[in-house]
Write a protein that binds this ligand. Structure first.
Ligand code: PEP
Length: 253
């Protein structure tokens, strides 16, 4: 019912030439893959070149962050409108590295997500708890708070272009993955919250990606869970072979 969506978050990696080499390989090898939506999120300086190279393919170009204003005196920032102008069709907002190192809060993530939707793009809103929060039994409360803030400015119409990424912070870049059961529990909870906000029919259509050390070896088990609809992939998306294997693992059975 939901087409899985697998996105590679390249973080602060790859020159324009390196980015083009990787997407050219993805384009050649993923052209025939059916039943999975695919995206890549290069550094902002490579978005335009990557989007041009991917023209005419099903692979979407995504941005890793944005500002909430369209233009103005915001030195160093990029608006959803400018990212769209460069060729992006999705923006990741609220990644845990933004929350941890750059001061993103649930409130600012909500403003960014609303601005992305307002600009006509798709928003991938990231949520997830730290290890201390999980150990303290606060996982669902943290996710609730991040969802409430992150979705505050997105109405029912906007939710058609919404994807949630559940990324437990303790699993990002650590090699530690949530078990499929641990992830499924939180994904099901997120869908319940989405149903309360947007109604069951809408919630049933919203993709909820899992992120946190997804690799070819664990992708299929994670994505065979009922409420896991694809993946946000960091490290393993930097190598074509690994990312392609993860995309293939996301194909519906
Ligand atoms: C991420 O950055 O969104 C991520 C999940 O990273 P990794 O796959 O490297 O854990």
């Amino acid at each position: 019912m939901r087409t899985p969506f697998v996105v590679g978050n390249w973080k602060l990696n790859k020159t324009i030439a390196e980015a083009l080499a990787l997407v050219t390989e993805l384009k050649n090898q993923l052209g025939a893959v059916k039943g999975v939506a695919v995206g890549v999120a290069p550094v902002a300086t490579a978005i335009h070149s990557v989007a041009k190279r991917l023209e005419g393919t099903q692979i979407a170009t995504c941005a890793q962050n944005c500002h909430w204003e369209a233009s103005g005196a915001w030195t160093g920032e990029l608006s959803p409108q400018l990212l769209a102008d460069a060729g992006a069709s999705w923006v990741i907002v609220g990644h845990s590295e933004r929350r941890q190192f750059f001061g993103d809060t649930s409130e600012s993530v909500g403003k960014k997500a609303a601005a992305v939707i307002q600009a006509g793009l798709g928003a991938i809103v990231c949520v997830g708890e730290s290890l201390a929060e999980r150990d303290g039994g606060r996982t669902l409360g943290v996710v609730d708070e991040q969802l409430a803030g992150g979705l505050a400015g997105i109405d029912l119409a906007g939710a058609a272009r919404l994807v949630i990424a559940y990324e437990p912070v303790w699993a990002i870049g650590t090699g530690r993955t949530a078990t499929p059961a641990q992830a499924q529990e939180v994904h099901a909870h997120i869908r319940t919250r989405l149903a309360e906000r947007y109604g069951q029919a809408c919630a049933d259509g919203i993709r909820i990606q899992y992120g946190g050390s997804v690799k070819p070896s664990n992708a299929e088990a994670l994505m065979s869970e009922r409420d896991i609809d694809g993946a946000l992939v960091g490290g393993a998306s930097l190598e074509a072979a690994d990312f392609i294997a993860i995309v293939k693992a996301a194909r519906p059975a």
